[in-house]
Design a protein around this ligand. Structure first.
Ligand SMILES: [Zn+2]
Length: 282
């Protein structure tokens, strides 16, 4: 498969041909950086693990060159960091038994530029080659510009597909801002109770990101546990790990719907819920 950048890579952990590996995909995730997939999309990775009929494919859009670095990695050049992060992402794909792992290698600035359509073209190509049931990406209330940039490009891409080519669902997930603030009716809940050992391994392979003192591994597992316990104030925990998603399927189904206005609707429902509770108790 040919992407816009010659340096893009496609890795198939079990060695199947690229076309076959992509065609078996049922769950597809588009993320900004190496490790975002494992932070936000553990549920579909686990759902597809050791299955013959369900396959997870991960796509990382940016190159990892601008990564913060410390400790072992403190003297690494941008190119060294890119190489390390590509290897770490492939390790995760191997551990998680992904159908395929794609690294599109765009600089972050290309993703933060709304007029740059190169990544959108690659995303369309991947959606057509994989025809997944469910697509995952970053949420529109995330506080990292590159994450929101990826989400907007994915929305643009799914809108270029025919109805038959579109996935059944488009979900937006948590990295740089969780979705606990959304009203419970708006939350899509992903049960991450199974295979805690694999979940820890998946976030644990990204040593270059954790080594400098950012414990994404512990924080990610902690967030899942906190969500499981704090989801319902009455009754015992139904899960031991939970992630939340925002359902972006309406944005895919109706191309006239504005992404900015759509995410404001979630914020308005949250604001209303807070106001209603205080009004009721006063
Ligand atoms: Zn990221």
């Amino acid at each position: 498969m040919k992407f816009n950048l010659d340096t893009a890579e496609l890795f198939v952990p079990d060695g199947l041909s690229a076309a076959q590996a992509l065609a078996r995909t049922t769950h597809l995730c588009f993320a900004a950086h190496q490790d975002d997939i494992e932070i936000m999309a553990a549920e579909p990775i686990l759902k597809c693990f050791q299955r013959k009929d369900l396959w997870f494919t991960g796509v990382v859009v940016t190159d990892g060159r601008g990564s913060p670095r410390d400790d072992l990695y403190k003297d690494y050049t941008d190119e060294d960091m890119r190489v390390v992060r590509f290897i770490e992402q492939k390790k995760a794909a191997f551990v998680g038994e992904y159908a395929a792992q794609i690294l599109l290698d765009y600089p972050s600035k290309a993703i933060k530029d709304g007029s740059n359509k190169q990544a959108v073209e690659d995303i369309v190509k991947l959606l057509k080659a994989t025809r997944p049931q469910v697509v995952y990406t970053h949420n529109l209330a995330d506080k990292h510009d590159t994450h929101v940039g990826v989400a907007l490009k994915v929305i643009e891409a799914v809108r270029q597909l025919t109805k038959e080519e579109q996935p059944q669902q488009l979900y937006a997930c948590e990295v740089w801002r969780d979705l606990d603030w959304m009203t419970d009716n708006d939350k899509v809940s992903f049960d991450c109770s199974a295979h805690e050992n694999l979940q820890m391994a998946l976030v644990g392979v990204f040593d270059s990101q954790i080594c400098g003192g950012k414990r994404y591994d512990l924080a990610t597992m902690g967030r899942r546990k906190a969500h499981a316990t704090y989801f319902a104030s009455h009754g015992t925990d139904a899960t031991t790990g939970l992630s939340f998603g925002m359902d972006l399927t309406p944005l895919m189904a109706d191309p006239t719907k504005d992404a900015g206005a759509f995410v404001q609707e979630f914020i308005q429902r949250f604001a209303q819920e807070v106001a209603d509770r205080i009004g009721m108790l006063r």
